[in-house]
Write a protein that binds this ligand. Structure first.
Ligand SMILES: [Mg+2]
Length: 351
């Protein structure tokens, strides 16, 4: 196991914690405790040549005896040098707010970049935590801006929350803006047995939050559309629902169930029907934790854009870091197109 720890940085830098991507398998847990920030840390890692043959163009590399198909043995550092691998990209998930638009203003070049992406075989889906308006209102706003996005291309945390409410037959207290209530039409809200929190400036006051607090304390489920800390408005950064959800958690000692990004279930559901595995998809967004970190934890490759809520240094908030940081959505699309054309660059040498 000592050898594994010695190579942890290499693995982290080259492959991130999504070590399943390129044929690296997580095996038995090591005896030495790790810091808990990296899934690779503390685990025995082996190369799986069968997976490599099926999913990558690695020219390698390893003695077959070092492959988990042929028995376990630690990965050798020299086997990581000079690797050239081509990533198969079948789908791109795109965040909305802060990535292709800010309120009613398009990010410059976003429409044109989207058109370039659509000319490839890659499938595109828009994944959003937006919760202050219904899906139809959001779609109408995008259409008015000329994005040409179909309604069924949008995967919204608000819609996912509605599905959850129906599945569990919940009667939620809806801390949502009036514009978002359309997505919860016909839901029984009498005698609430759940509290559902979205971005709801109209409800984030003492009386409304105290009512929510009392319900959760009495046993109601606490469900967050998402726990975004803040988001970008045209007049600057503004508080998201996260601080208010955290306040309810603090007061009640309960943990909220999070529906949207960065929930793993949300990303997996967003990929449903796209015919690809997580490692064959890229997520582009302006939130290092919720967009990029959440996606990379599931196995996608994450591209962080320096627009919207991005602040200098955000890329250091997550480990592993984003696969790529782009100045804007058009540059992120260019990166994806480059990956499609040429394959990913060789990983950095850790020596
Ligand atoms: Mg965003």
């Amino acid at each position: 196991m000592t050898q594994i720890y010695r190579y942890r940085r290499t693995l982290s830098r080259c492959f991130g914690r999504v070590v399943l991507l390129y044929g690296l398998e997580v095996g038995e847990r090591g005896a030495r405790p790790g810091p808990g920030r990296n899934e690779v840390w503390g685990y025995r890692v082996n190369l799986c040549s069968e997976y490599i043959r099926q999913h990558t163009t690695l020219k390698t590399l390893v003695n077959p005896s070092a492959c988990s198909c042929h028995g376990s043995s630690p990965i050798a550092k020299e086997n990581l040098k000079g690797l050239k691998m081509k990533r198969v990209i079948k789908a791109v998930l795109v965040d909305l707010s802060g990535t292709i638009l800010i309120e009613d203003c398009k990010i410059p070049g976003a429409s044109e970049a989207l058109d370039r992406l659509r000319k490839t075989d890659v499938k595109v889906r828009f994944v959003t935590n937006a919760s202050k308006e219904s899906l139809s209102m959001l779609h109408g706003r995008l259409s008015a801006l000329g994005f040409g996005i179909a309604r069924n291309e949008i995967f919204s945390s608000l819609s996912a929350a509605r599905q959850l409410v129906d599945q569990r037959q919940l009667r939620p207290l809806l801390l949502l803006q009036p514009e978002a209530l359309e997505d919860f039409a016909s839901v029984d809200t009498a005698n609430p047995n759940a509290v559902l929190v979205g971005l709801a400036p109209d409800h984030f006051n003492y009386d409304a939050l105290t009512r929510a607090f009392r319900l959760v304390l009495e046993g109601a489920d606490l469900i967050a559309i998402h726990k975004g800390r803040y988001f970008r408005r045209s007049d600057g950064l503004a508080l998201g629902p996260g601080p208010f959800v955290a306040g309810l958690e603090y007061a009640t000692g309960r943990h909220a169930e999070v529906i949207g990004k960065p929930s793993a279930a949300f990303f997996r559901a967003a990929l449903d029907g796209l015919g690809c595995q997580p490692e064959e998809a890229v997520m582009i967004g302006d939130d290092a934790r919720d967009d990029v970190g959440g996606a990379q934890a599931v196995g996608l490759s994450g591209v962080l854009v320096r627009t919207g809520k991005y602040r200098p240094g955000d890329e250091a908030l997550i480990e592993p870091p984003p696969a790529h940081v782009a100045d804007s959505f058009p540059e992120a699309v260019q990166y994806v197109l480059q990956q499609l054309a040429d394959g990913a660059p060789a990983p950095a040498d850790d020596s």
